[in-house]
Write a protein that binds this ligand. Structure first.
Ligand code: SF4
Length: 186
């Protein structure tokens, strides 16, 4: 399990590095404090992708607390790790930023392949509104590709790669990691 989590983290580092290069080349940034993408109640991820986060929570002895939060949210809705800024609508922060899954890293910065076989940015609505000139000149070849990274992650363990609501995936991952820790079998 620890080896698998290392491999997931390596892919996350590659995503982050590629996004940094894209940001430096293009100037594409999220508006300060924006949390709109996290306010979507339909964010999905896989159990595999939240294993690093589950391990972190188990090691912090917070597994029980977060399992209760997920149950309280009925394992659905807005991500339980989102911390809204109650003073500014649409603003907020991720409470587990370093451990977030690939969609949360790639959203607004990744390319998809369109029906003509060409790469295009899967641009975020807020980026389209606030920086159309940056999007117009963005070097798309530098953008990480959603499908490439999804495939790399899926190939690590296809059995844990079905898309689920993020709070459901988290609860399953915490239970998996917690169980393995109980049996000293990471
Ligand atoms: S893990 Fe973090 S970035 Fe992803 S939806 Fe939850 S709060 Fe937002």
């Amino acid at each position: 399990m620890l080896e698998l989590i290392d491999q997931i983290n390596k892919i996350y580092r590659a995503i982050d590095q590629q996004i940094e290069v894209l940001q430096q080349a293009s100037g594409l940034q999220c508006p300060s404090g924006c949390g709109k993408c996290c306010e979507n109640p339909q964010v999905e991820t896989t159990v595999l992708e939240v294993l690093p986060l589950a391990l972190e929570l188990v090691q912090r002895d917070e597994a029980e607390y977060w399992l209760e939060q997920a149950a309280h949210a009925n394992h659905s809705g807005v991500c339980i790790f989102y911390q809204p800024d109650h003073l500014v609508a649409g603003n907020g922060r991720c409470g587990v930023y370093a451990w977030r899954p690939s969609l949360c890293r790639l959203f607004g910065f990744a390319s998809i392949t369109n029906k003509h076989g060409q790469s295009e940015l899967a641009a975020c609505k807020i980026h389209k509104q606030t920086m159309p000139e940056v999007l117009a000149t963005l070097p798309i070849e530098l953008a990480p590709n959603f499908s490439d990274y999804s495939m790399q992650l899926r190939n690590l363990n296809p059995d844990q790669s079905d898309l689920l609501p993020i709070n459901t995936a988290m609860a399953i991952a915490i239970n998996k990691v917690g169980l393995l820790r109980d049996y000293q079998d990471y």
